[in-house]
Design a binder for this molecule. Structure first.
Ligand code: FER
Length: 256
């Protein structure tokens, strides 16, 4: 089902998909796309379908300035995405069928759920950052965003993303303030990080590092794969399935 979730007057285009058999109650996985991405990308839909197959409902939401949501791409920042995710979680908590809430995010969406889950550590049962772009704050502080170099103390008013779209300097100003490590320390529930070792957009080593810092993290390498899993998407969905099935069984001893 497609609908809008309101975030302070900004409409977030979202898709709620129920698992087969329409159970009366079930867990829900929130799924967040990456920078320049949207909820209908192949790898996002694959995760949605996998969760639905194992009895988990999904809520995919296009973030500010992305997909069919309100806001201009050039005006988006990590703070806006975090506010969006908080609104999506509030929405999910009001759905009567929802038992436990989980989060999946790809790339910048992966970073965003790492940050949001730390803020909502009492609510979010586990997270799955996929190729998370967790180095963004650090490279913003170094003045290296989008492969462009700038003086981190004199932030350009505008940068160009790889697809030619403009991005305003506020993106960098916001990103520079975020200490990812503090959020990683705060979230002590189960984490699954998945990353292709030939990722051209987000270095694989970033996930190696953060998977060691998380208190309770499983790390799955996808050998030979790139940022959007063009070669082994089935290994990504298999990792998600295995991780989630174990968690669901822990919470519900009566499931087959
Ligand atoms: C960057 C590298 C990666 C960057 C963003 C990303 C804004 C995000 C990638 C994604 O979400 O797919 O330098 O700067």
């Amino acid at each position: 089902m497609r609908m809008y979730i309101d975030c302070d007057g900004i409409k977030l285009n979202s898709y709620l998909d129920m698992p087969k058999g329409n159970p009366e109650k079930c867990p829900l996985g929130i799924i967040i796309h990456g920078f320049t991405g949207h909820s209908e990308e192949r790898h996002i839909v694959a995760v949605q379908q996998t969760l639905n197959e194992i009895g988990v409902a999904t809520l995919r939401a296009d973030m500010y300035g992305h997909g069919k949501s309100d806001g201009k791409f050039e005006d988006h920042t990590l703070f806006k995405w975090l506010t969006n995710i908080l609104a999506v979680v509030d929405y999910a908590r009001k759905l009567d069928f929802v038992t436990d809430i989980y989060m999946v995010g790809h790339s910048q969406g992966g970073l965003s759920i790492m940050l949001a889950a730390a803020m909502e550590r009492d609510i979010i049962k586990a997270i799955m950052p996929l190729s998370p772009a967790a180095m963004i704050p650090e490279i913003a502080r170094k003045g290296e965003l989008l492969g462009l170099k700038f003086d981190p103390e004199i932030i350009p008013d505008e940068m160009e993303a790889w697809d030619g779209r403009k991005l305003k300097g506020n993106y960098a100003r916001v990103a520079q303030t975020i200490r990812v490590e503090d959020f990683v320390d705060k979230y002590q529930k189960p984490v699954l990080i998945v990353h292709g070792d030939q990722d051209e957009a987000v270095p694989y080593e970033v996930s190696v590092k953060f998977s060691k810092q998380y208190k309770n993290c499983k790390f799955v390498t996808i050998p030979g794969d790139n940022h959007c899993y063009d070669y082994h998407l089935e290994l990504v969905t298999e990792a998600v399935k295995e991780f989630m099935e174990e968690l669901i069984q822990c919470h519900n001893p009566y499931i087959n």
